[in-house]
Design a protein around this ligand. Sequence first.
Ligand code: GDP
Ligand code: GDP
Length: 456
Amino acid sequence: FDVADLEREALEEGFSEEGEGPAPVVAVVGRPNVGKSTLVNRIIGRREAVVEDVPGVTRDRVAYDATWSGRRFTIVDTGGWLPDAAGLAAAIAEQARMAVDLADVVMFVVDATVGATDVDEAVVEILRRSGKPVVLVANKVDNVATESDAALLWSLGIGEPHPVSAVHGRGSGDLLDAVLEALPEQAPRERFGIEAGGPRRVALLGRPNVGKSSLLNQLAGEKRVVVDSVAGTTRDPIDEEIELGGKTWRFIDTAGIRRRHRENQGADFYATLRTQSALERAEVAVVLIDATEPLAEQDLRIISMVIESGRALVIAYNKWDLLDEERRHYLEREIDRQLHNARWAPRVNVSARTGRHMEKLVPAIETALAGWDARVPTAKLNQFFADLVSSHPHPIRGGKQPRVLFATQAGVRQPRFVLFTSGFLEEGYRRYIERRLREEFGFEGTPIAVTMKIRE
Ligand code: GDP
Ligand code: GDP
């Protein structure tokens, strides 16, 4: 996979109500000393230079949030990566490939006072093959006299060289205009033909007899509206719009719940199919568990299906009215252990019969959806990883110590993270990362996906 693909996918899925998608990524590539860091500092408007005087020192931060003409983007300085590739040419080529992988637009910086070198030519080859938009920067054009140096860079064959002086700021406005022009359009938000800004979609799941239909009755009361969910098809799921806590919610495939027909043969198969298709159309699942019975294999399977589908999750223990005090205490202690792979899910103990704690359900659903929608800006995320890597580095394995070089949240709904690492991160360390991400940024009620991309 490819970060840009993930980001595109995420964009296609639509974003939180403010419409804030992940910012497009602009990567800055070029040989050492052409002025990449100076240019990045110029663009993010920071005086205190992060410019490295010591060659070969890897900086911890490589990604920064920037805005120009009201448009948000993330700028990545590939000077922060120093791959162990043999020789300068190989190292720069590797940086260029990484930049191409993660960026929507590549800024290729050449030192105009030096002119195009063989290494520059090799980078151009990589950039050209990628098909990614490239903005060519002719840096160190400090005055009019040196502008002709910039014009010579037309010979690289990747379009217009933009003369700038990163040190003095000369030409940087025009350069950023060119970058914005090269950025992809914001993708549309609608999905599944369900109108953006419509009611949020809830799937009520659970094995037979846990109380789904009772819960639906309890929630709906008189105020329910039956809506045909997939107009013009022979599929029969019918949804209901129910008003709860001052908002309208769309409960998915309530016909299936209310009909309560029990297929004799292949019941499991049909149940799984229904669950799967309800999940496809839902944003959040409320999984009901019968508190009076031991946790069943099927309960765990349904929870796993929700997690795998990447939907937000709320767990509701039903029939709480039937429990005596002793059993309640016992359960409270048991649940955490039993649901260890969904510890992050908000939990409510309810009774569909008496209506106990019904009012806690909506806040739990809202919490889960907020986690599902959440997005961490790239710069903040990389600060988090810089701190994490230094305070709790990966154990050394075979003389090497894999580290996180760069991270981006490539998607929301569910939150999806892509980590570029210098080696394979062990399971234990990945679990640690997920736990820390949750501690730091919340993500309550949502499964999060973390993918590694190894750069060696
Ligand atoms: P990087 O290795 O590509 O990140 O390059 P740096 O940003 O560290 O810059 C390398 C050197 O070039 C530093 O001494 C900078 O001060 C200098 N430099 C950067 N941009 C310009 C510029 O526009 N004009 C001039 N004259 N020098 C520059
Ligand atoms: P479904 O198959 O998941 O839709 O479950 P139903 O809603 O049909 O409920 C199955 C049985 O459990 C029915 O006899 C309900 O009356 C009963 N039931 C559901 N919820 C509760 C509850 O909270 N407390 C008690 N005591 N019984 C419940």
